[in-house]
Design a protein around this ligand. Structure first.
Ligand code: PHE
Length: 450
């Protein structure tokens, strides 16, 4: 089924196909589920501003670096970082950069699929009128075995697409679903702004209130930026490896990061008017879209259809992201073992399913631990390593060659960020996160960031 003859690396059909697939990867549950609850948990507008800063200063330069590394070496993340380090006369052990990122991406997939399964179940509930029955949002999501079945179903769809390969699978799905996603997003947002508490939502999202900012706001904003832009998880190196030499990486990266940020803000404008309309606490945590929204859909005109459509939208966003999460590890296995692409996809899909299954039984493990491990630890660490790699390990001239279309100004910004801004800033934020987790935040409070 692999569309590419052995020994030859697949390529996107066009730059547009790459952008759609990369935006498809970036736009996901991170925008529709994680961004709203992180914003709610971290006090609203100040978080939004810090988040945008993290995207521009940290996630965008790392994204450029990753696409450039992948395009240069034309291999999976682990092999690409090894190859490029060796080419620069450095140790092959720099492949650790690829390993950390690949592990982070794989780990995200495990619980991502559980949440996406819940999204599918809620969409189905909406379309059969479930939201207007007491506890009806859960209609199709009761009991652990049902929950496992949805998780399995979502993972199987992901595997089936990835097994079909780059052009017949990933690219085709992105080109069909992403335009549909944007049309639905705009439609639902207009509806929500027209019927919900629009001005309250806008004030909540965009009137800066810095009194709520602590060290943890930065930890959360950074983790969210990396998660949402799909960096530090091997995906963008892998997707970059399918690019041809004439693609402008700088402008592509700017488009991907901007589209993702715009969708997060629009998602905020879609969700918070509804949340405020009935006075639900925006800091309802992980369950914000699963508990707060269905309660509101129950009382809205055509709430079942709107609710079903909202969760269908989230499903579309999720599937174009989960295929990228699986692709990162499948590309590695396909390249370094004798497994065919379908075998690699089924095998890794099965392992990811098994780990995710643990989350169905223990939300502490799934919701909290895995989310912490990937969002607050592996992603920042991976991003830090990518930046050190691109800024310090690989010579500036080699990065310049790969980013040859970028203007001098953009390249200078990029190189300054990966060399001097990203490593110390992320190192510090990583420390704050570990301090909060294992040390009760003592270090943060000592610095007045408690
Ligand atoms: N960016 C995706 C989202 O917002 C999740 C993701 C993270 C995908 C990392 C790939 C890599 O939902």
């Amino acid at each position: 089924m692999a569309a590419t003859p052995a020994g030859q690396h697949a390529h996107w059909s066009s730059r547009f196909a790459f952008i759609l697939a990369a935006v498809g990867s970036a736009v996901g549950l991170g925008n529709l589920w994680r961004f709203p609850f992180q914003t709610g948990d971290n006090g609203g507008s100040a978080f939004v501003l810090i988040y945008i800063g993290c995207v521009a200063l940290f996630a965008l330069p790392v994204l450029m670096a990753e696409i450039a590394i992948g395009r240069h070496a034309q291999q999976s993340a682990i092999s690409s970082t090894r190859k490029m380090a060796q080419e620069a006369g450095k140790s092959a052990n720099w492949a650790i950069v690829g390993w950390v990122c690949t592990a982070g991406g794989f780990l995200i997939l495990t619980t991502y699929s559980v949440i996406a399964g819940q999204v599918m179940a809620y969409s189905a509930s909406g379309f059969v009128g479930g939201f207007s029955q007491p506890d009806g949002a859960n209609l199709f999501y009761q009991g652990e075995f049902t929950q496992l079945a949805w998780h399995a179903g979502f993972m199987i769809i992901t595997v089936l697409i990835v097994a079909r390969g780059l052009k017949g699978g990933i690219e085709q799905v992105a080109t069909i679903l992403m335009p549909l996603f944007f049309v639905m997003l705009i439609g639902l947002t207009i509806y929500s702004l027209a019927t919900g508490a629009a001005s309250e939502a806008i004030a909540y999202l965009f009137t800066p209130d810095f009194s709520a900012v602590t060290g943890q706001t930065f930890v959360a904003a950074l983790g969210q930026a990396f998660f949402s832009v799909s960096v530090a998880s091997a995906i963008m190196i892998t997707y970059g490896s399918y690019l041809s030499k004439d693609t402008n990486i700088g402008s592509s990266a700017i488009m991907i990061a901007s589209a993702d940020t715009l969708v997060a803000l629009i998602a905020g404008l879609m969700i918070f008017p509804i949340v405020f309309m009935v006075g639900i606490d925006p800091a309802a945590g992980l369950g914000l879209i699963f508990t707060a929204l269905p309660a509101v859909f129950a009382d809205m005109p055509a709430g079942n259809i709107i609710g079903g459509a909202f969760f269908a939208l989230a499903f579309i966003a999720a599937i174009t992201s989960s295929i990228s999460l699986l692709e990162g590890t499948v590309a590695f296995l396909e390249e370094n073992t004798s497994f065919s692409r379908p075998t690699a996809a089924w095998l890794l899909g099965f392992f990811a399913f098994m780990i995710g299954a643990g989350a169905v039984w223990s939300s502490d493990f799934g919701g909290l631990f895995v989310d912490w491990l990937s969002g607050s630890f592996l992603l920042p660490l991976g991003g830090l390593l990518v930046a050190v790699f691109a800024g310090w390990v690989i010579p500036r001239s080699l990065m310049r060659d790969e980013l040859s279309h970028a203007s001098n100004g953009l390249f200078a910004f990029f190189h300054f960020c990966v060399k001097y801004i990203v490593p110390p800033a992320i190192g510090f934020i990583l420390l704050l996160g570990l301090d909060a987790k294992f040390n009760g935040g003592a270090f943060g409070s000592m610095l007045g960031l408690g």
